[in-house]
Design a protein around this ligand. Sequence first.
Ligand code: PHE
Length: 341
Amino acid sequence: MREQLARIREEAMAKLNEASSSAELEELRVKYLGKKGEITAILKQMGGLPAEERPKMGQLANEVRAVIEEKLTAAKREMEEKALDLRLRAEALDVTVPGKAPKMGHRHPMYIALDEMKEIFIGMGFTVLDGPEVELAELNFDRLNADEGHPSRDWSDTFYFDEQSRVMLRSQTSPMQVRAMDSMELPIRIIAPGRVYRKDEVDATHSPMFHQVEGMVIDKGVTMADLKGTLNTAVQQLYGEGTKTRFRPHHFPFTEPSCEMDVQCHKCGGVGCPTCKGEGWIELLGAGMIHPHVLEMAGIDPNVWSGWAFGFGLERLAMRRFKIDDLRLIFENDVRFLEQF
Ligand code: PHE
């Protein structure tokens, strides 16, 4: 019996040392210490021992049980610690490590200029309209007084989709005047920014695709003075108070009278410099009083209503605003350029 207990002790220790899971530990506990375990089996045999041997054997058996119990507890704790350690290592989060700052983009310089423009006109009660870039020649030309034979309708200037020259990429945002007149209640106060297309070669000041912003007001008793007042207000807000403008006569088929508006050169203050090509002024936009025939074609009585419109190139505005000297930079999306704004 002594040898039996010694063997159990040795075997149990070896197995407990090898055990690698808590399930295995539990199995060993049942095998040695359980109700039907080996120690219990030994204790059951004690009845057959001589009376003086019994206490000694009992003590020995209890010692072995205690040793195994102790080892079991230690093994269990060790296993739990190992598991916890593993988990902690796997879930480790070092809150002192500097974070990766997310790279923030920002608005394109041209849209910064556009948003400023929108703010100014929204502040004066205008609504911002959006319209199609694929437009009917009827709206781009006919309804704007540019009949068949008008030079701007030429195939060498305009991108058409069909042989009959009925559908095209709009060459100006002015068809938005017609769309507004056709769809909105009078009086109307709108601006309509968007892309326009012309068959131009790419260079420092030209692109076959560029942006315009159209503006239009139709109301009773509207005059050229309102046009000048509104545009001057916008220019003061955009380029600073005291910025001078001048209006020169011009021709557009859909306005009468028509004009172009120049802004005093921001570089030289009007004396003349390379930026304004010695002129002292920089051309900013085309404008005029809406031609009575254009109103009539939209079913608006020119004896009751009058209006004005303007249109300008957004790239040119942004280039002036941010002192960009090559139009191509605006479209090339080189981040080294874009990051400067
Ligand atoms: N659409 C004209 C252009 O592209 C600009 C313009 C708009 C002129 C509105 C007068 C009134 O040149």
